[in-house]
Structure formats: C-alpha cells, structure tokens
Design a protein around this ligand. Structure first.
Ligand SMILES: Cc1cc2nc3c(=O)[nH]c(=O)nc-3n(C[C@H](O)[C@H](O)[C@H](O)COP(=O)(O)OP(=O)(O)OC[C@H]3O[C@@H](n4cnc5c(N)ncnc54)[C@H](O)[C@@H]3O)c2cc1C
Length: 396
C-alpha cells in the first residue's frame, strides 16, 4: 500500500470504504483538479459483502417524498448515464419502474403527485390496461399501475467498478484488503490507522456503509444495521420476463410489499416479498440465513403476485445496510469539517449514489453542497430523534 509510513505525505482526501457511496465519492473527488485522493477498502475492488451486492437495484425518479428527493434523482439519472457512457458499461437498464397496488394506496397517490409536480413522463394504467400490458402480474379489480418512464434497474457491481476505475484514471490511488481500524483527529488533519499502517489526511470521507459506527462510534445513537433479503424465482415462461417486456416493479397487495427486476440471468427473476429482520447495533449481529419456513413463504407470496412463477426461490442472499430511524440518510461533516460522512442509506440509497457521492466530495472539499439537504445533517437527525422520544407513549 502507498503512503503508509509514519513520514508519509499528507493526502488531501482519503475515502474510507469503496462500496456504493465511496466509489462515487472517490470519482467525484478525483474530478477536482490538484487534489491527492486515496480510497481504502477492507475487501477487494468489487465484493459480495457490501450493501450494493446482489446483481441489480431498482431505480425510480418519482419519489413519493417528491420535493425532497426527486430533483436529486433526476440529477442521479443524468450522472448514471454519464458514468455508463464513460465506462462503456450499461449501468442503468431503462426498463421503466412500475408501481402496482390498490388505487387508494397512499404510496401510489404520492408517486402520482411527484409525477405531476415535476412533470415526469409516466403512464397511469387501470386494472384492464395492466392485465393486457403486463400479463405477468395477478391484478385485482381495484389495482392501478403507475409506470415511471425514467425509472429502471441499475447494475450495482458494475457501477462500483466503473466509478472506481474512473477515479483511478483521473489519478486517485486505491488500497484494497486494507481495513481502517480507527481514526484520530490531530492538529490540522486526520490520522487513519489501518491493518497495513497509518495514513495522514487533510480531510476524510467515511462511506463505510453498515460498518460505519465501527469507524465513527459517535453515530451509534443514530445508525443501526438492517438486513434485507434478495430472492430469485423461476418463471415457467421466461420469455415474458425479459427487460423489454417487464419493467422494474414494486407491488403492494394488502399488507404485502414486494419489489423486483426482470430476468438478467436468463432463467430467473428477482422478486422480493418483504421479510422483516431485527435491526441490530453492529454488522456482526445481522441475520445471515433464511429458514425453510421463510423460503416457503417467499415462494408462496411471489407466486401469488405472479402466477407464472414456480413457488420456490432458486437463489437468495442476505445483505446489510445502514439504517436511521427516519430512513433519511446522514450526509454531514463532523470534527470541524475534517470528517465527512454518508451513511444511514436505509435500504434506499443506491439510486442516489452518484449525487450523494458528489455531495460528500463537495462537503469535504468546499464545506457545502447543494445536494446535501438540511434534513440530512447529524443535528437534524438528533432533533427528530429527540422529538420522537418526547412524544412517544411510555410502554412500562
Ligand atoms: C438487499 C438490498 C436491496 C436494496 N435495494 C435497493 C434498490 O432496489 N434501490 C435502491 O436505490 N437502493 C437499494 N438498496 C440500498 C442500497 O443498496 C444501499 O443503501 C447502498 O448500497 C449503501 O451504500 P453504502 O456505500 O452506504 O454501503 P456499501 O455499499 O456497503 O459500502 C461500504 C463499503 O465500505 C467498506 N468498509 C466498511 N468498513 C471499512 C473499514 N473499516 N475499512 C475499509 N473499508 C471498509 C465495505 O467493505 C464496503 O465496501 C438495497 C439494499 C439492500 C441491502
């Protein structure tokens, strides 16, 4: 590894964790002229442990919290396409993103409001139109479909690699298989302790995902670790489930929520009826397996939503993400601006990654970014937490 000696030069910006946000932050920091930039990653360049692992991520532009997120998603879409073009990889599959659910479902109403407010191209389909255009779904008479035409599916592993490679091309250094074990704020900078020695930096960006509180324990009151299951099932007629025929989708039915992506492997589709796991304090305590009962439930629910599916997952995996109580990310500086952090992505962060990467790079370099919403600061999170505990009903 470079720059690990005691007498090492001072690096301008060190990014800790080169997963989703870190690879994007590295890329964005490397775009700035005259900065030395180093990324440190505990595993290899692309690995199976990150919050990004698992083949695909849904992308949509019309956020149900419209004003807060839709402008960032429009900018993210532009950046995803630019990164795809620069890397020669198809990172965003432009399949559209289809929400299907009862016509009075609050999420669908809010999604339609965002589409109207931001004049986004979309289709609103009634039950009959849904059945004829998307026969893969079992549709109830009171269901509607809302197709976000700018949505689709992202390829997360390819995206992390593309952003990191772009950063390296622009001059960034990277150090893999190197775990950051601690950081100290010292006079005028940050000393970073790693499994392979020390690095000195003027500014540090922490993008350590579900491992964040190991590096930054002061966020333990705000950030937990959540687990999400990905499951894939086999259709009997795979030709109906290709990206040209099936968009990325979200399906609400009663109290069941599921999301999915068309086939990318040629034999199965990703469809994930929502399983709930305990939130835990540390990555080591996360759920790491699915029981036979859970797999049977997933199979039965998925086949209920899409009758062509064989009711048994053919593959599955569990992944952790960092979580906040409000599900809003934390994007902020601490230690008088020496440390910038992006965490608490709460199962929803991938689609925003280039924009949030830019936000942390700008915060680290300039102390401000138009892409960091005031509600994402540590202070705003603590205020919300305080307000929630002040109004919560005692249970004892
Ligand atoms: C199963 C699942 C499905 C999801 N589906 C969607 C979706 O459809 N759409 C969407 O927009 N979002 C989705 N999300 C959310 C999104 O994938 C995450 O919010 C996002 O990937 C989080 O990125 P991150 O950079 O915070 O963490 P990561 O991508 O995990 O990056 C953290 C990196 O830091 C490294 N690291 C940690 N600690 C250290 C250390 N001490 N030293 C060195 N390196 C370190 C890790 O190895 C890792 O590479 C999903 C999440 C999950 C888990």
């Amino acid at each position: 590894m470079t720059n690990m000696r005691e007498d090492a030069e001072m690096i301008d910006i060190v990014v800790i964790g080169l997963g989703t946000m870190g690879s994007m932050a590295l890329w964005q920091a490397a775009e700035a002229d005259g900065q030395s930039v180093l990324g440190i990653e505990q595993f290899g360049p692309v690995h199976a442990n990150g919050a990004y692992a698992g083949e695909s991520r849904l992308f949509r532009v019309a956020a149900k919290e419209g004003q807060l997120y839709t402008p960032a998603l429009l900018e993210a879409r532009r950046m995803w396409k630019a990164l795809g073009q620069a890397s020669g990889r198809e990172l965003l599959l432009e399949t559209g993103a289809l929400s299907v659910g009862p016509d009075d479902h609050p999420d669908l109403a809010a999604t339609l409001t965002a589409m109207q407010d931001f004049d986004l191209p979309h289709d609103r389909l009634d039950a009959e139109e849904l059945r004829s255009r998307f026969p893969q779904f079992a549709v109830e008479d009171n269901d509607i479909g809302v197709l976000d035409q700018l949505g689709g599916a992202l390829r997360p592993e390819a995206a992390v690699l593309a952003a990191t490679e772009r950063a390296v091309k622009l001059g960034a250094q990277v150090s893999y298989n190197t775990e950051v074990t601690g950081i100290d704020v010292v006079d005028g900078g940050v000393r970073i302790h790693t499994s392979r020695g020390e690095v000195h930096a003027k500014r540090v960006i922490i993008t350590a995902g579900p491992w964040t509180t190991r590096v930054l324990p002061e966020l333990r009151d705000l950030v937990t670790v959540s687990t999400y299951a990905l499951t894939w099932l086999m259709p009997r007629h795979i030709e109906m489930f290709t990206p040209d025929k099936l968009p990325g989708f979200m399906r609400d039915l009663g109290d069941l929520h599921a999301f999915g992506v068309p086939t990318l492997d040629g034999y199965s589709i990703k469809i994930c009826p929502h399983l709930v796991f305990d939130e835990v304090a540390d990555y080591a305590q996360r759920a790491s397996t699915l029981s036979r009962e859970q797999l049977r439930w997933v199979g039965a629910q998925a086949a209920r939503l899409m009758p062509d599916l064989v009711p048994e997952p053919v593959r599955w995996s569990l992944h952790a993400d960092s979580q906040t109580a409000s599900k809003m990310p934390i994007i902020d500086t601490v230690a008088d601006g020496l440390i910038t952090v992006a965490t608490g992505m709460s199962g929803n962060g991938f689609k925003f990654a280039p924009v949030y990467g830019r936000a942390v790079a700008e915060l680290a370099m300039h102390g401000a970014s138009e892409w960091r919403h005031p509600l994402f600061t540590v202070a705003a999170h603590r205020e919300r937490l305080g307000a929630a505990s002040a109004t919560s009903t005692p249970t004892g």
